[in-house]
Design a protein around this ligand. Sequence first.
Ligand SMILES: *Cc1c(COP(=O)(O)O)cnc(C)c1O
Length: 380
Amino acid sequence: MNTYARLPVAFASGSGAYLKDTNGKEYLDGLTGLAVVGVGHANPSVAKALAEQAGTLTHTSNLYEIPVQSRLADRLCELSGMEKVFFGNSGAEANEAAIKLARLKGNNQGIKKPCVLVVDGSFHGRTMATLTATGNRKVHAGFEPLLSGFVRAPFNDVEAVRQVADNNGDVVALLVEPVLGEGGIVIPDAGYLAALREICDTHGWLMMLDEVQSGNGRTGKYFAYQHTGCMPDVVTTAKGLGNGMPIGACLARGEAAELFVPGNHGSTFGGNPLACAAANAVLDEIEAHNLCQRAQSLGERILDGLRAGLAGDNRVKEIRGLGLMLAVEFNDDISHMVQAGLDAGVLINVTQGNILRLLPPLTLTDDEADELVRRVLSLT
Ligand SMILES: *Cc1c(COP(=O)(O)O)cnc(C)c1O
């Protein structure tokens, strides 16, 4: 169906940070299919793991033990400090699981209309619950009635959350991105997550973080909240977890980890051996090549390059980033730069009309990072 205004290019193959189109033209990928292909296109280790698993066993059912899924769950818990994992097939499904956990907690407590606090500018997915949670009117439009059970506050505004906490006893959880992704790579103040943690503790809310985009090493830590001292109760992730194999995960600890019991929730495909084999191989790659640290240093290198190249340019409002979530915010519309990028052999994204967003692979070499900066600057 007509859900995307597609660009006039089709890619035939990829290798690392490069894609080749059906005419043989090469592109440096500054977007990785929207923060998905973090360990590079056609990553040989992931390809090998997939081929081996495909030749052994692709799917059984969550009715049975799935050792490759248990191994992935253990590793994600180790990396995150969480205790239990539910696997789905996308970011939206991971967030659906989180929202269901919050509602289950509320209903168990006898709260008739449990609410989840969400923030403006956020993006949580396209299912009915996750589009309702999303803080963007354009995502809601035409799909009313939206779901009940959500309250909204501005992003990066602790006082607004405190006000809700003091006045609305139905709230049982908040769901927030540590860095707004679709919202334009918006990084909150340093104390924001810690202040939210404190409010959650005071009011008995679950602190639920959407790391669908920011997770899996992209910001320079495995999860973005690990830049701060605080621990959420629930974390969702997806995009970079399978390097292109569809997989999403909802991780939880403490009370939240014990809420689901058999019959509450499920997924036919979620966490099947094929998807989990890919994700285990992604984790192997991240560990073997220290890709969290690489994301951090590459991010700084690219930011430095962009700042040097755009110094004094009065069309630029701000250049910002955390690891390899990078943005150049312009004062005016720059939508034309996407096509200019195709012409120049570089894939970029423009979000909100005036924000150039980069989500390149964590496996870039320094030379590739410099080349990315050169090609992006050539568009401006
Ligand atoms: C992309 C995204 C989602 C939705 O993920 P899908 O896999 O498209 O369902 C949810 N939250 C955030 C922060 C995202 O960036």
